[in-house]
Design a protein around this ligand. Structure first.
Ligand SMILES: [Zn+2]
Length: 334
């Protein structure tokens, strides 16, 4: 079968013919991958920014797939369309036992420490997988965990967003940002979106942003328009962090989701103290968030903005992520 394999950090991943897994190991399912989302994290893995990755590895952690074989206790059956978290879970650590599976102490990440989903057939963990409800396409399902579920977790649960809160989204034209606008709207927030590309502004408005600012210096305008925001959903990281901090009202929160440069940032401690700000990191999605994300997409509250490529076209998605030209999420169809 064909799969996208990374053999060395700093090298380009390649489409290769690899051996198809014969059976699902205990506790796992074998799936025919229907759709696999391409994430900035995949790009960072190729660049060696996740040094715990084991090589060679099949890339990819976002997926939906049709179940070919089940090996273990589960309500999942052969023939089901399923999706899952971006990693395995142990279901027995203090985090899993308190429904914070995204923080599982023993997780193994697809496309990093175990083979991933840019492949015709993949092995996935039964415990971190769920059935896809009626009315959700395989493409939508493949971004339910790392994008929509993660945003529910980040904006509502970690960021404590409530109806009526003012929310800023940076990188709003990207695969995460364009869905962050929609998730914040679904929670009932007012959304101000920032993008560097004029060409993406219209689509960002169309998915529900109340205001769109084009450019990299945006805090003055955010304060002028809305007197600042309660929550900044930081999808870019270090390049926009300072402007996001300066966009916050007193008591505001930065929800830190992306950091494209993997860079550091000198936190202005005085500003954090005097304005009572907080910076909160967000990783992954819980199983409850994933199920809720799927239901939201089934109800049409979040409409996936995806562009489908064939597996062999994965390079186009990586190039678009590098240049920042991607509008929405690329998904691969093996
Ligand atoms: Zn991802």
């Amino acid at each position: 079968m064909r799969a996208v394999v990374l053999r060395g950090f700093g090298e380009a991943p390649k489409l290769e013919e690899v051996e198809r897994p014969a059976h699902a190991p205990s506790g796992h399912a074998l799936v025919e991958v229907k759709s696999a989302g391409v994430c900035y994290r995949d790009l960072l893995v190729t660049q060696g920014k996740f040094p715990r990755a084991r090589l060679p590895v099949v890339l990819g952690h976002e997926y939906s797939g049709r179940v070919l074989e089940v090996n273990g206790e589960s309500d999942i059956e052969e023939g089901d369309l399923i999706t899952g978290l971006i990693h395995t879970i142990c279901d027995s650590c203090e985090y899993c036992l308190t429904q914070r599976e995204n923080l599982c102490a023993n997780k193994r990440a697809y496309g990093e420490t175990v083979d991933g989903t840019f492949s015709e057939v993949a092995v996935v963990d039964l415990k971190s997988s769920v059935k896809v409800p009626e009315g959700v396409s395989p493409e939508a399902a493949s971004i339910a965990s790392c994008v929509v579920g993660m945003l529910l977790y980040g904006i509502r649960d970690v960021g404590e967003a409530n109806r009526g809160d003012r929310v800023l989204v940076t990188g709003a034209g990207g695969g995460v940002g364009i869905h962050a606008v929609q998730v914040a709207r679904a929670i009932g927030c007012k959304v101000i979106a920032v993008t560097r590309s004029e060409s993406k502004a219209e689509e960002i408005r169309r998915v529900g942003a109340h205001e769109v600012i084009v450019g990299s210096a945006f805090s003055d305008e955010v304060r002028k328009l809305w007197n600042g925001v309660d929550i900044a959903v930081e999808c870019v990281g270090e390049p926009t962090f300072n402007e996001s901090m300066r966009s916050l009202r007193v008591g505001g929160r930065i929800v830190l989701i992306g950091n494209v440069t993997v860079g550091t940032f000198p936190l202005p401690l005085g500003l954090v103290i005097l304005k009572g700000l907080s910076v909160r990191g967000v990783v992954g999605s819980t199983l409850a968030n994933l199920r809720e994300a799927l239901e939201m997409m089934a109800r049409g509250e979040v409409r996936p903005v995806v562009r489908t490529l064939r597996l062999e076209e994965f390079g186009q998605a990586f190039e678009a992520l590098k240049s920042g030209s991607a509008l929405g999420r690329f998904v691969l169809r093996p």
